[in-house]
Design a protein around this ligand. Structure first.
Ligand code: BES
Ligand code: MG
Ligand code: ZN
Length: 497
């Protein structure tokens, strides 16, 4: 983390102490100049003409103003243009970008004037959620993964004060969002951790220590247990690593619950491709191939901390896809726990194989819904780019609710084709199903493969998060480290069940 952060609510009266900053938003419109003049007059600060001109200029949208008169010593002015390009990610992205820049400034407190909800018609579901995006942005901007940097800068304290008419509402939002964001940070720490440390065993150990204290039951099925349960799919993929495969089962049971949801996550702690080995460049990102599992763990952590009234069962098959004399091979046939046999045509299409046993196990628990998360295919990023995830489901109601949560949290989803025609593309001569389809439509055939292992009576959605789970340059909060994609999405989804 950049700072030891605290966030609190205050009424809309501004009062500054030493070393204070202020963030003020202006909604672009006809009276912008007058609003800026009035704002400066309210502090009796003389304005610098050149700075003002530059801020009013259409081409610029922010200004950092340093005052020689003390309180506040720095003012961050930011214009919001509420037009067709405005998005509900505005505040999240702005604060995520602001945070790291504060390191070089002598500020102890940043005051934020929360703008009125009425300025943004149609963009936020409530003022509560607008404020939540501010708090999320502050936390996201504070995130770092620098534990392996030997040069450590002492962490300074930084307090944010959010000024809004309804102080108790803001306090409530801060408290809740702090919980969500510590779950997001937990997931990001897992995903960013290099595979030399985050083995299946380490993944399970950290999950157990963080979640059991919240009352979540964490069961770890070791290799012997997997053998007993005939989970040969997980065993095959994990068979060539010095770190044995395992499967985590997480159970969160609140006193009252509206539904029982199974969340399944791909937990490949490293994907070398196996004998169908990847080139080095593609391997570089493959410590993040457990991001689906990380998302499930983070979601359940947040659900338990917030005491959401939904029963959740998490299922995470954890393996390292490696190479040695026991490696599974192209041409092998594996009989999965469900009894269905799988022809291995490519050992790099390993995620769907481990998920076969996990989805079968999840189906047996008779949940009301199953949602799986997996960095499953490069093909999904070819189709959609890296900023959103692909959604595969035959259930329109599930699709709608997931889609709504995606648009609200800006962890967006796009529904992909899922017709049964694609099923014929993964037929096998020797087994029930092949783990490889033709070159085109690879994300869809991967989803179709998974469908073989899900009870068709249970509503199910598969989310291919291979794009947005991995760091990318398109948001201030996704640039430097793998993103923890899916936790905010799922918390919102579960809240609205
Ligand atoms: N873990 C990868 C998918 C992936 C790619 C995730 C890029 C994140 C970023 C998966 O196991 C894989 O290797 N998929 C293959 C499938 C192919 C062999 C059918 C792929 O996408 O190339
Ligand atoms: Mg692979
Ligand atoms: Zn993989």
């Amino acid at each position: 983390m950049h700072f030891n952060l605290s966030i609190k609510a205050e009424s809309d009266k501004l009062k500054f102490g030493d070393e204070a900053g202020l963030v003020k938003f202006f909604i672009e419109g006809e009276n912008l100049e007058k609003l800026v003049d009035d704002f400066f007059a309210s502090f009796s600060f003389p304005q610098n003409f050149i700075q003002k001109k530059s801020f009013l200029d259409k081409k610029n949208n922010s200004l950092t103003y340093y005052s020689s008169f003390g309180e506040p010593s720095v003012i961050f002015l930011k214009k919001a243009k509420v037009d067709k390009d405005f998005s509900s990610d505005f505040f999240r992205d702005y604060f995520a970008g602001l945070l790291p820049t504060l390191k070089s400034k002598q500020i102890k407190t940043v005051h934020v004037v929360v703008p009125a909800f009425s300025h943004f018609p149609g963009h936020f579901i409530s003022d509560e959620y607008l404020i939540q995006t501010i708090v999320e942005g502050i936390h996201l901007g504070n995130y770092t993964f620098d534990k392996y940097k030997s040069e450590k800068n002492p962490k300074k304290n930084l307090q944010f004060v959010l000024h809004y008419s309804n102080k108790s509402l803001v306090s409530k939002v801060i408290e809740k969002t702090n919980q969500i964001m510590s779950a997001v940070h937990f997931t990001r720490d897992l995903v960013n951790e290099p595979a030399i440390t985050l083995t299946p065993q380490e993944f399970a150990k950290r999950t157990k220590s963080e979640l059991t204290k919240l009352g979540v039951k964490v069961t770890v099925m070791n290799k012997k247990e997997l053998q007993k349960r005939k989970m040969n799919a997980i065993l095959a993929v994990g068979g060539a690593s010095n770190h044995e495969p395992l499967m985590m089962v997480l159970e969160y049971k609140p006193k009252t619950s509206r539904k029982k949801i199974a969340l399944v996550g791909k937990g490949v702690t490293y994907d070398s491709g196996g004998l169908s080995i990847k080139p080095t460049q593609s391997m570089l990102e493959m410590k993040a191939d457990m991001a689906g599992g990380g998302c499930v763990v983070g979601t359940i952590r947040a659900a338990a901390a917030l005491k959401l009234p939904v029963e959740i069962i998490g299922v995470i098959p954890c393996v390292e896809n490696m190479i040695n004399g026991s490696a599974y091979k192209p041409g092998d046939v594996i009989v999965s726990a469900s009894g269905k046999s799988i022809e291995v045509k490519d050992t790099d299409a390993e995620g769907r194989i481990v998920l076969a046993d996990a989805l079968h196990y999840a189906s047996k628990q008779k949940p009301d819904e199953i949602i799986d998360f997996a960095t499953l295919t490069g093909a999904i990023a070819v189709a959609l780019g890296v900023i959103i995830a692909g959604m595969f489901t035959k259930n329109d109601d599930l699709a709608k609710r997931l889609n709504d949560a995606g648009n609200k949290t800006f962890e967006r989803l796009w529904r992909m084709p899922f017709w049964d025609d694609y099923k014929t593309m993964i037929k096998s001569e020797i087994a029930d199903v092949s783990n490889l389809g033709p070159r085109w439509g690879g994300a869809i055939t991967a989803g179709k493969f998974l469908e073989h292992f899900v009870d068709e009576k249970i509503p199910w959605a598969h989310l291919d998060i291979a794009g947005p789970a991995i760091k990318h340059e398109y948001n201030n909060y996704t640039k430097n480290w793998d993103t923890g994609y899916g936790v905010r999405l799922m918390v919102d989804y579960l809240e609205n069940i």
